[in-house]
Design a protein around this ligand. Structure first.
Ligand code: HEC
Ligand code: HEC
Length: 196
């Protein structure tokens, strides 16, 4: 994952170094970051999550139009280490608490992008009704579950595998549910939800 994104990550390092310079110079006068500076920090997100909401590759989740509370919680979890992701734990450290909230609100208000070409509609697999309790009938999300409809198959199946394997433990219900599902069933569910 990290090697795979290396050209993007090194590009971002350059951008962040540029952002860090004026901040350090201004250290003598402590002040909250300006809106312009926060906006520039969010531009960095587009390098991977896409400047039109379509991520640069299918292993990166769509965040445009995602549930705001879910986005806030994920940023928090990346920072605390409750959700393990080398790139995101590093990214989130560039944002203050207030900027994390602003980022979540900003991306939640955007429109979810048109679905991935290649995601084909499939019939609802067995057991999918259990997921609709929290992710809503049409999987567009709402409390408590995030939107899953139209998220890429690659991202969904990997997220489900990580819960099942105990690698992602930031939600106990999801871990229990995914541990109980054979991988073939998780695969069918991921395909179905990505095609919605
Ligand atoms: C270098 C690429 C990269 C950059 C830049 C990046 N992200 Fe991410 N982001 C990822 C990847 C990869 C994941 C999936 C992490 C995982 O599950 O291991 C992710 C996951 C997320 C998630 C969780 C979404 C979900 O559905 O679970 C949020 C929220 C998020 N990123 C927000 C941001 C914000 C805000 C920024 C800018 C400050 C940002 N990202 C910058 C690659 C990136
Ligand atoms: C009890 C409520 C509940 C049920 C039932 C449930 N989920 Fe979830 N699900 C959640 C919550 C809450 C989250 C966000 C967890 C977190 O904070 O990371 C989530 C997260 C996810 C994610 C990760 C999304 C992302 O962007 O990272 C996937 C994939 C997922 N659920 C699939 C399913 C599937 C498939 C089922 C049915 C077998 C299911 N869920 C049933 C509540 C539920």
């Amino acid at each position: 994952m990290v090697n795979h994104h290396f050209p993007i990550v090194s590009g971002i390092l350059v951008v962040l170094a540029a952002l860090a310079a004026p901040a350090n110079a201004a250290q003598a006068v402590p002040s909250p970051s300006t809106p312009a500076e926060s906006g520039a920090k969010l531009l960095v997100c587009n390098a991977c999550h896409g400047d039109n909401g379509v991520p640069k590759d299918a292993t990166i989740p769509i965040i445009w139009g995602q549930q705001e509370n879910f986005l806030i919680k994920q940023l928090h979890d990346f920072q605390s280490g409750d959700r393990d992701s080398e790139v995101m734990s590093w990214m989130v450290k560039t944002l203050s608490q207030a900027e994390q909230g602003a980022a979540a609100a900003y991306f939640a208000k955007k429109n979810w992008p048109a679905r991935y070409a290649g995601a084909a509609a499939t019939p609802p697999p067995n057991g999918i009704a259990a997921c609709q309790i929290c992710h809503q009938q049409d999987f567009v999300g709402g409390l408590p579950g995030p939107r899953l409809a139209g998220q890429s198959y690659e991202y969904l199946v990997e997220a489900m595998r990580r819960y099942a394997g105990g690698e992602r433990t930031n939600n106990a219900d999801m871990v229990k549910l995914m541990e109980a599902l054979p991988s073939a069933e998780r695969d069918a569910m991921a395909r179905y939800m990505s095609g919605l």
